[in-house]
Design a protein around this ligand. Sequence first.
Ligand code: GLP
Length: 244
Amino acid sequence: MRIIKTKDYNDLSLKAAEIISGQVMLKNNSVLGLATGSTPIGTYKELIKKYEKGLIDFSEIITVNLDEYRGLAPDNDQSYRYFMNKNLFDHINIDKSNTYVPNGLEANAEKACMEYDALIAGVGGIDLQLLGLGVNGHIGFNEPADSFPLNTNCVKLTQSTIDANKRFFEKEEDVPKEAYTVGIGAIMQANTVLLLASGKSKAPIVKEAFFGEIKPQVPASILQMHKNFILIADEDALSQSPLA
Ligand code: GLP
């Protein structure tokens, strides 16, 4: 595990964008595993700036998003497909047919999950996986559990995740209660994993996940075992850790 401590969120976003563009430069047809949530937005903005300056070419890049709310259509403004188009894909030269998000409209959960795992295997696995961190330690939507789910799975979101995500919806009732998420297996098989954590609200879970015991009740803790795991965290997110 390598830890990059940044002064603040802007610095974190710049450094994450540097690492992603390095990956794209080294392998122009990389498979990037991408994440939603508020944390990666700054990174995506920096990647767009690099593209606009002619410093990065996404034309051969394939992306595989981590998760999608079950039941939301791609054009629903709360869907993760919509988020990715708005925050990244609409602004760069990526071929949208090479960008994948789990199919939230597939009602058959088993089918949706099997198809997504087959898709990830079909593109040869993930070169670089970008992750955010839930306040309860979830990655993607792999919530605290008694074991680490390996494959893409359909999860019931915990109340803490529903609470954390309701700010994006008009009413709490509108927050979907289930999601499809890539499992821990595909994340652990990625060549590089880059997790971003910013702000004081993440300080307790950063300490627990990356300086504590590895256990499925804190899904992100498994990343301590990854061969090439990079944590980029700002001073606030590290404020309760031994690196404070
Ligand atoms: C959601 C996403 C996660 C994300 C998490 C943290 O639950 N499914 O992939 O990491 O939120 O979000 P934020 O970055 O807004 O704190």
